[in-house]
Design a protein around this ligand. Structure first.
Ligand SMILES: N[C@@H](CCC(=O)N[C@@H](CS)C(=O)NCC(=O)O)C(=O)O
Length: 203
């Protein structure tokens, strides 16, 4: 399979999932500002939405939307435990987390904080009004648990990816010790550390 990614963006979660699953993959860096690939090809021809991640399956199909891609990768390696089995309640709890992270955290907070066109007041609202209850909810959930579900899943890969954005967005993660410890714990996983160091080198 082929993953289209931008370093340390939300596509990092899929690279982590691929490494955790031990699956072979090729990685193609996308320049989001120009929507081009390294060889100058038009990324919009791969994903007309112009966003990462996109995944080309071994069958040549293009999949988009991080939560769908993450579950696809997890299901290619059913023994990895990266996603509970479809049909079991925990699979829908996984989707509950993926949707929460995508909408309430990724788009709801960090899209606003990183978008250069966001008015200053809107950034302040995202940081001071939207983020605290969401981080408090996540902290309460993770205070007594190592992972969002039982064992590491693709939802952890996604939440971890968004926690990496706190510092560059001006959010001090030391104000959220449970989340800081969770992030550091996950960084101790070889697949996570490898994905982060490889993408950090590309920035
Ligand atoms: N709905 C998409 C959103 C993905 C997304 O926001 N990707 C960002 C990087 S984290 C991106 O490609 N931004 C460039 C753009 O929106 O033009 C998903 O969940 O996969």
């Amino acid at each position: 399979m082929d993953l289209y990614f931008a370093p340390l963006s939300c596509s990092l979660a899929t690279r982590i999932a691929i490494y955790e699953a031990g699956l072979p993959a090729r990685f193609h860096q996308v320049t989001l500002s120009t929507k081009t690939l390294a060889d100058g090809q038009d990324y919009l021809a791969v994903n007309p939405k112009g966003q990462v991640p996109a995944l080309r399956t071994d069958g040549g199909e293009i999949l988009t939307e991080g939560p769908a891609i993450l579950q696809y990768v997890a299901d290619l390696a059913p023994d990895s435990g990266l996603a509970p089995v479809a049909g079991e309640l925990d699979r829908y709890r996984l989707q509950q987390w993926l949707n929460y992270i995508a909408t309430e955290v990724h788009k709801g907070i960090f899209y606003t904080l990183f978008n250069p066109a966001t008015p200053v007041e809107a950034k302040g609202f995202a940081r001071d009004a939207l983020l605290p209850p969401r981080y408090a909810y996540l902290s309460a959930h993770l205070a007594e648990r190592e992972h969002l579900l039982d064992g590491f899943t693709v939802a952890d890969a996604y939440l971890f990816t968004t926690l990496n954005w706190a510092a560059p967005a001006g959010v001090d993660l030391s104000d959220w010790p449970v989340l800081q410890a969770y992030r550091e714990r996950l960084l101790g996983r070889p697949a996570v550390a490898r994905a982060v160091s490889e993408e950090a080198a590309l920035r």
